[in-house]
Design a protein around this ligand. Structure first.
Ligand code: FMN
Length: 176
């Protein structure tokens, strides 16, 4: 691919914007909550990002057209599961048009929220929802971490529309 050509003064086209955003590597998470009937609902999301360590805040965004929007809007809590490098199938399941996605997964309820913590994930955060903003065609959720844990599993990555894997040898581990 040729060197990036800056576009100034006008809106980049959607294809260029997708390619450009695709150079930003993310992890892959499953964000979950419960609906008013007590069913667990959740989806794959790579919009997750920390706001700041000091505040303990984090955010992620959910499409306005999402079937889970009502549940996340009404719930006071959510949980973010950071998927491990061997959990691509979990990411696929949680983004597929499947009813009751958690029925096909091994998980246990978090101590603070009772929300699903997926077996084998790299890390997780139980959050109290602080606020919810409208951001174009998405809702931006901000949560405060109430409880979290990390494993020594390496994370699944997402880049340029594809899954990717950390290159560091397993023996490098994850810094504490
Ligand atoms: C790697 C990956 C990342 C995704 N990130 C998001 C995201 O951040 N926000 C979002 O709303 N959808 C995201 N999606 C799409 C949703 O997972 C997908 O549309 C899902 O079916 C929505 O489910 P729902 O309509 O039941 O809420 C992502 C999908 C994949 C595969």
């Amino acid at each position: 691919m040729s060197a990036p050509v800056p576009q100034r003064g006008h809106k980049p086209d959607v294809r260029l914007l997708r390619q450009t955003l695709g150079r930003f590597v993310t992890g892959v998470t499953v964000v979950a909550t419960r609906d008013e009937e007590g069913n667990m609902v959740g989806l794959t999301a790579n919009s997750f990002t920390p706001v700041s360590t000091h505040s303990g805040l984090l955010l992620w965004s959910l499409a306005n057209k999402s079937r889970s929007l009502l549940a996340f809007t009404r719930s006071a809590d959510f949980v973010v599961n950071v998927l491990a490098e061997d959990q691509m199938a979990v990411s696929r399941l949680m983004s597929a048009p499947v009813e009751n996605r958690f029925a096909g997964l091994q998980w246990e309820g978090g101590e603070m929220t009772g929300l699903p913590i997926i077996a084998g994930c790299a890390a997780w955060f139980e959050c109290r929802k602080v606020t919810q903003y409208q951001g174009g065609d998405h809702q931006i959720f901000i949560g405060r971490v109430a409880n979290c844990a990390v494993s020594d599993r390496r994370p699944l990555l997402y880049f340029a529309g594809n899954y990717a894997f950390p290159a560091a040898p397993a023996s490098a581990g994850v810094a504490a």
